[in-house]
Structure formats: structure tokens, C-alpha cells
Design a protein around this ligand. Sequence first.
Ligand SMILES: [Zn+2]
Length: 486
Amino acid sequence: MVYGPAERDRHNTISGGDQVGYSATCQANCAHVELTGNPTLHGKQWISGRYQDVKGGFGVLGAVNGGKEPTGRHPFGEVFKVSVWDVDESTGSLSTALHFRICHRGGFLSPDLGCTPYFLGPVPFLSYRETEPIFVGLLDRQGGASSPAPIPEGVFEQAKAMGIPAAALPGYGDFFGGGSLCGKGPGGVDFKALAATFSSIEGDYGSVGSFVCNEMGNCGRGLGRYQYMSYRSDVRRIISQRDGGAAFLEKVNSGAAISRAELERFFPSTEQDRVFKADQTRNIEQAIREGFFGERLIERVGQIHFGGSGAPLDGGASDVHGRLTLKSYGETLSAQYDTALKAQGASACGKATGALVNPTPNARLTSDYGWRIHPIYRDRRFHTGIDLGAPTGTPVRAADGGTVVFVGVSGSMTSGYGQMVIIDHGNGHTTRYAHLSGFDVKEGDQIAKGDQLGRVGSTGGSTGPHLHFEVRRNGAPVNPKQYINI
Ligand SMILES: [Zn+2]
């Protein structure tokens, strides 16, 4: 049902913003749409952002537009906000609109200024009539942003046509899932090679940098494979969404020592790669806009990573350690990128090497391949794979490169394989990874050997957290120990 602006005092809403939450109340001018469909949603109100503003943005840029943005939700993620816009009680119809924001992420040498409120708009979006389904996204604490739907085609073109600045349209890099660095960025840049290159300069997934403060007074440490600073807004957001993440950030930014295990828990490799892909996509796009290509494109991308988006071209400024300047950082990066591209060779994305690696290297063999007394059914059954015991959440890696052909539940959540990934290696071999607690790839992904597919769990017919690993040759199970050392 659609209600006009004469409505007042609405307290049962699913609209708001990232600073005020997604059940922001409304006192006056509460034009809204009232929802039903399931018990959770029944009677909820989505207030019109045309009539209600909420506090938005953060950091220095958070003050732009008076710190205000239209109330709304994030069913398509954080890139833009969806608001109910015009409501027409007489025809029972409503329109929705999108608003964008601009963020300024810092580097070693430039400050992180945060993000403006979502105030760039309105860009007209979908229209609805009473009784029609309306897309609200997942009812999480982030207005749906924790599980964003794919962004409809043409949205960014339309936003551009409406005059939304390019800086507010972050490109497709923001929507990659974590787990695999396979794929090409703008300008054909190979993410996997670029990541390996940064890693050769910065460290590995467990690296913790020394404690530094920049001239804006932000203090923290470089975290992980790409040494993203712990005070960056995108890094902060990812970490603070985890249980205990806020306390961890406080600890890091106060200068206390942190362990690799803490880093793995609060900023795991998949999240580091996710930030990397999104961030580098922006950097590459900026370098292309500035007119760079070929070798100099990678050099400039390195300068932007090192110095932030305002980094002067070929500048001589160095970081607090004084080991590299903007210019030398870019040059080092460019040279090593070529080496990394060549070194990739056989382990490239989507291709099998024929030599399998252990998907959970630190796990313990708890049940062998072959005939056994089944642990649940207590009868003699053939075990088509091996069981590798490891704590819930342990990363599960692809034994070889290939294409992800199945991600889902086989059997049920309490019987059979449970949550499983199947990879087709294209050489007559497939591998299965069962009882997972979560996924880091989707069907159709081209992945490389060692990419994270998911995490150990105990879904399906399982008595405790472990990975059931299976190798099939032309469809028939074979003993995985013929392929990997356990
Ligand atoms: Zn098993």
C-alpha cells in the first residue's frame, strides 16, 4: 500500500542509512510504502527518501551536503542507495531512485577522507504499483548490503547520463566476490599477476606492518598481502563487520602488537583479495583516465596504490621507512608485473596443471578411501573420498585449476555431501569438496590451483568439522592419495 506525505510517526520501518541503521523512525512527512509478503516484513514501512533525510557519510567527507542523505536501503550493495521516491496514493504507484556518493581512500602518503553521504541523485530507477512485488534485498543490519543482488545493466550508463561524476561510479571491481583473483581488470590488467607483484613488495596474507601515523593523525598498521592500512575506510568496514572486529581495530590502531592468527581471523585472505580487486580496479581506471597505458599504466597504478589517488606523477616523496619513492615504487611494480605474468604459465586461471595439491594442508586424515564402517549408519559402505579433519572455517583450496561446475547443497544440510563445490579440471578429472560451512566461489568461475573455494564445516552427513575430498577420473571415484601426499 502506498501512503502520501500527510502520514506521521512511523516506527516500524526498514529504511534508513549506514549511520542510523535500517529502522529509522519518521516523525512528519512520512510518505511511504507499507509491505507484506512474509511475517517478518508484514506491516513494515519503507519511508520515501524524497521526504525524509537521515545522517550519512563518514570521515571528513561526511560533512558534505550537511551530512544528510535520503533514507533508503542497499539491496544492490554499497555503491548506491535505493530510495522510495515519488508516491501517488490516487493511483497506488511509486517510483524509486538511486543516489551515489564519493569516497576518498588514502594511501601511505595521502589521508583517508572517508565518504560523502549518498546525495548524488536522484537517478530514476524501478517503478511499482500496489500489490506488485518490490525488491527490498536481504533484511540484514546493512540494509541488504551484506548479500547484494547483481546490479541491473545500464544503471551506471544512466547515472553518467544524469551527470553523476565518474568518481562516484566505482566500476565493476566492487562486485567481485573474494576467493579467486582470476579475471581481468580494466585495460586487460591481470589481477592475479598484479596481486603477486604487490605481494613481492609488500608481504603475504599474514604480514603485519610496523605502526605508523600519517600527517592527518591516522595511526595504524599495514595489514596483509597488500599492506592496506588499518585506518582505511574500506578496510575498517570489512573488519568491523566481524564479531570482535571493532575491538581488534582499536587494538591495531593503538599500536599494540597483533598476531598473524588475529589477522587471519579479522581480515582473511578472501577479504584482502576483495579489497584488492575493488581498489585496484579504481586505481587502474584512474590511471587510464589520466592517459597511461602499457608499462606506464602499471607504474602509475603502483604510484596510486603507494601514494593515494592524489599522488603526484613520478613524485619523489617516500614512505615513513624511506625505502621507496613514488617513482621507484611504480618502476619496481611494473618490472615485477611482467615477471609475474610469465611465471604464471601453467598455473593460470581455469587451467589444470595435472599435479594436485592438498586442499587443506594442515588437516589430519580422519577417514581413508575405500570400504569402511559408516560413522553414522554403522554399516559397511564404500567411502568415495578421504576425510580431512580441520576446525570449522579453515580455508579449502582448489587442488588444481579449472572451472567451478557446482556450488550448492547435495543431499541436504543434514545428509549426503551437504554444501559442496565441484571443479571440472578439463582433463577428465573432477574434484569434490564437501561438508563446507561457506563458499568463496560461484558456478562458472574460472579458478587457479590453490584458490580458496570455501571453508571447512560439518554440513550434510557429518559428525564433526572436516573436508570430504574426492577425486573422480571420467566420473568414477579414485583414491585421492594417488594424487596428493597426506
Ligand atoms: Zn568423507
